[in-house]
Design a protein around this ligand. Sequence first.
Ligand code: HEC
Ligand code: HEC
Ligand code: HEC
Ligand code: HEC
Length: 151
Amino acid sequence: MLRFWLFLGLCFWIFTTSGWAAKRYVGSQVCADCHAEEYQSYQKYAKKAHSFAAVKKMSDHLAPAELRRCYRCHTTGYGEPGGFVDEKTTPALKNVGCEACHGPGSAHVESEDPKDIRGTGEQIRKVCVRCHTKERVEAFRFRPLLYGGAH
Ligand code: HEC
Ligand code: HEC
Ligand code: HEC
Ligand code: HEC
């Protein structure tokens, strides 16, 4: 019995110290506090900053289940812990925000440590195919971020 409790304690320790427990989506507005320049160009130039509008426009013509299928690519973190739920519950996550590429930001916002956020082009490029076709991503080869995140 003691071994069981020791095991459970170990699992809990790993869970809390590894940061898995803490990583949640915070919304792009929160990033603006420290990355004002990136935020401003994103708001101004990235179509992602308005990606929910396309879904909303269609909402009268689609069944709720069909509509939810759009969320995976047109919002931030849909279906993941702390991600988009619906427009009312999580308005800050309704567009495709910083964290769609950089990953959930809560741990990084607390620590301000670059290690707590997905930072390099190589790592980030792997996530594009979650929403864009492979052909489209290959065409992004040249400075991809400049277009997708506009910074
Ligand atoms: C409280 C301040 C603060 C907030 C809020 C913040 N960051 Fe940072 N961020 C930093 C600091 C400090 C660095 C490291 C110094 C630097 O590279 O400018 C950094 C670095 C980064 C990097 C570079 C990582 C690397 O490997 O070089 C990325 C990407 C990043 N932040 C994304 C975000 C995103 C996305 C958000 C919102 C979810 C966010 N940050 C919110 C302070 C913050
Ligand atoms: C697999 C991911 C994915 C799903 C699911 C998805 N979309 Fe999209 N959608 C995209 C991407 C990526 C683009 C941008 C295409 C590009 O520029 O390469 C886009 C573009 C659009 C556009 C054009 C926007 C513009 O400004 O021109 C509309 C409208 C749209 N989607 C509506 C929807 C609706 C409605 C649904 C649900 C029925 C949906 N999408 C589901 C990925 C998706
Ligand atoms: C379409 C994906 C995408 C989105 C959306 C995005 N970024 Fe980035 N970001 C990148 C990529 C890719 C890099 C890595 C650039 C490199 O390796 O040269 C990057 C790099 C960064 C860096 C490191 C310094 C720099 O400018 O190179 C910061 C800070 C950052 N992003 C913050 C943000 C913030 C804040 C937002 C939202 C307002 C955001 N990003 C939205 C893809 C994105
Ligand atoms: C969570 C889904 C998602 C991810 C991940 C994602 N995108 Fe997008 N992206 C979209 C959607 C949706 C649009 C279309 C928004 C609209 O027009 O309403 C879009 C638009 C674009 C566009 C159109 C041009 C513009 O003006 O904004 C480019 C280029 C792009 N993304 C590049 C990228 C790159 C590069 C990556 C990876 C670093 C990436 N995207 C990751 C969903 C995503």
